[in-house]
Design a binder for this molecule. Structure first.
Ligand SMILES: [Mn+2]
Length: 433
């Protein structure tokens, strides 16, 4: 019985947590390794014939030594267990200039002849056929993000090709690129002789949920496909990569497996306390059932990312709590620690009035949340314009206006009293000069 594991968007070496703390950064790397370990175990336990990685193996085109070391270990365990590993080039795998090459190509040189039989890095629109353990033939057709044959001909990159096209011809250019690519995919599909045909594509699809790739989605160099252009292609299974949310697209045989951990706060597990189920992480296990290929998600354990919004934009209707513990509790209530060995990372967006800003001690809040066990906490604080008190106080005596202004500040009452006394003293001194 044919069995295939579909994963994508490993982004090994992704390091957004390095802006947090050393501890968070090193835990992040462990998270990636933990996901890889779980995926390897699913592959071995299910005795799969092949593992598909539908693009974006490394986060950077030139990965760190550590990233390549750990990917090599992962790969070795698959190859030693005679699991075909099929990698299709994603946008993060692509070299950006003529004369450069991606690390993935070096494996073909370094692997032993025996291992090499099982390693397949596809950077072009191309096709391979493998034999499953039961002798059945499975064909894989690759549709990379930018197929390498489009590059380095008359132009250095697809970006340059895009640049050369006049604005009004842009859509025409994209349509032609898509038509050419799909024509080639169809041609390879019909020439391949196999029991099952699988398409592996690293592409954005209109209407699908991007997750963390959304900053790139619809960028001016992007070739975006319509749902039907991909999901209706004549394949038994379509393995997609690029968008980070696991999802079915247009047909039950067409899936994005999603990234293997939550890459950014654009795909939180909790949004203001509400669990976001679509951010679950895992792989797609594709098994032969009654002469067809049936896909099924298999979930893995990953760290939660939480997003919490706090609004103290109006001192009258939304005042900052005087007790800092209240703020800590508000954040904690919206971000449960479900698993103490894998505590969440939290992003707190705060809207706050200018008058209250200096009363918010985010360093202390972070410290208190760290004590509660969170991996780390990052603040994004937007200060709102203070309301115009001058309008109401324009015709008042200066002393009264100052008193009213200080009274309106959301600060510690003790401090307020002191500030008021001192300011009135200064004001009187100035006036008597
Ligand atoms: Mn991608």
């Amino acid at each position: 019985m044919v069995k295939i594991l579909h994963t994508a968007d490993l982004h090994i070496g992704e390091d957004i947590f390095s802006q947090y703390s050393m501890k968070a950064a090193s835990e992040r790397f462990n998270d990636i390794l933990y996901s890889l370990e779980q995926i390897k175990n699913i592959a071995l336990e299910n005795d799969v014939d092949a593992v598909i990685i539908a693009g974006d193996v490394f986060n950077r085109i030139i990965p760190s030594g550590n990233s390549s070391l750990h990917f090599s270990k992962f790969l070795k365990q698959l190859l030693e267990n005679r699991i075909h590993t099929i990698i299709v080039r994603g946008n993060h795998d692509r070299p950006y200039a003529e004369g450069t090459s991606e690390l993935l190509k070096t494996y073909n040189i370094l692997l032993s002849t025996k291992q090499e039989e099982y390693f397949h890095y596809l950077s072009r629109i191309e096709n391979i056929v493998i034999s499953a353990k039961d002798g059945k033939k499975i064909s894989f057709t690759a549709l990379p993000y930018y197929p390498s044959e489009l590059e380095f001909k008359e132009v250095k990159s697809v970006e340059e090709a895009f640049e050369k096209v006049k604005y009004e011809k842009r859509q025409e250019f994209i349509t032609r690129l898509k038509e050419e690519s799909l024509r080639k995919v169809n041609e390879l599909r019909s020439n391949a002789i196999a029991d099952y045909h699988i398409l592996v594509a690293h592409v954005p699809i209109m209407g699908a949920i991007p997750g963390s790739e959304r900053i790139f989605y619809g960028s001016k160099y992007e070739v975006v496909y319509e749902v039907n252009e991909i999901s209706r292609l004549p394949f038994d299974y379509i393995a997609l990569g690029h968008f980070h949310v696991m999802q079915q697209v247009g047909s039950e045989k067409c899936w994005y497996s999603g990234s293997i951990y939550r890459l950014t706060f654009d795909e939180p597990s909790y949004l203001d306390g509400r669990e976001v189920s679509k951010s679950s992480k895992g792989v797609i296990l594709v098994s032969e059932q009654n002469g067809a290929l049936a896909p099924k998600p298999v979930y893995i354990r990953t760290r939660d990312l939480c997003v919490v919004h706090l609004n103290y934009s109006n001192p009258k209707t939304r005042p900052l709590p005087e007790n800092i513990g209240e703020i800590v509790d508000q954040v904690a209530a919206k971000c449960p620690i479900n698993d103490k060995s894998l505590p969440p990372c939290v992003k707190v967006y705060v809207k706050i009035s200018g008058t209250q800003r200096r009363m918010l001690n985010e360093y202390k809040i972070r410290e208190m949340l760290l004590e509660k066990g969170y991996l780390d906490i990052k603040f994004d604080i937007a200060t709102e314009q203070t309301e115009q008190i001058s309008l109401k106080t324009a015709n008042m005596p200066v002393e009264e206006a100052l008193t009213r202004y200080i009274e309106s500040l959301q600060i510690n009452p003790q401090l307020k009293k002191q500030v008021l006394e001192e300011s009135l003293k200064i004001l009187r001194e100035v006036m008597s000069e």
